[in-house]
Design a protein around this ligand. Structure first.
Ligand code: HEC
Length: 154
């Protein structure tokens, strides 16, 4: 190899090194942009209306919506549901959450307790069935009594 070839090889090696750095830098940049942007909100779960089966409609809530039931429901709601549905049930939760939960104030008034209870027992997508959290069927009814108070506040 003469001097010229050596120089040429050296610059080729340098060039290769630079392009690798550029490529890596580019990759890091792309990652940075995705993390600083708000996490994309999943549209799919909200795209179709979730309908409980007709048989669920007539199932009555065995618990009167008295202060004790509402209080019980509130405790469970605060512990397990607020993270997605927000304290007011309107799902105005911190930005960056990947899942957009249903606005319960909008969605529940048109439904019977039986329909909502069926949804709590069965879940859908990110909305896990309440048994996953160890919440009983019975406590599901108390939750509904509490959610009704949120909806009444509008
Ligand atoms: C991980 C987030 C998450 C948690 C926690 C969560 N939900 Fe949900 N919830 C959702 C999502 C998402 C939907 C919309 C499901 C769909 O329609 O695909 C939903 C839907 C619902 C609906 C049905 C609304 C409709 O369309 O009729 C009710 C009622 C409900 N949630 C109540 C609750 C209650 C009560 C709790 C607490 C036990 C709870 N959720 C916990 C995410 C969550």
């Amino acid at each position: 190899m003469n001097m010229n070839t050596n120089k040429w090889m050296l610059s080729l090696a340098l060039l290769a090194g630079v392009s690798v750095m550029v490529a890596c830098g580019g990759g890091e940049k792309a990652e940075e942009t995705t993390t600083t942007e708000a996490a994309p909100v999943a549209e799919e779960p909200m795209a179709e209306v979730w309908v409980a089966p007709a048989s669920a409609k007539a199932v009555a809530n065995p618990f009167k919506a008295d202060a004790a039931s509402i209080e019980k429901g509130k405790g469970i709601f605060t512990q397990y549901c607020v993270s997605c549905h927000g304290e007011d049930g309107k799902a105005e939760v911190p930005a960056g959450l990947a899942v957009k939960a249903a606005n319960l104030v909008d969605k529940t008034p048109a439904q019977t307790d039986g329909e909502i209870h069926w949804k709590l027992l069965n879940g859908k997508g990110a909305m896990l069935k309440i048994s996953t959290y160890g919440i009983s069927d019975e406590d599901g009814w108390h939750l509904i009594n509490y959610v009704r108070t949120l909806a009444a506040q509008g």
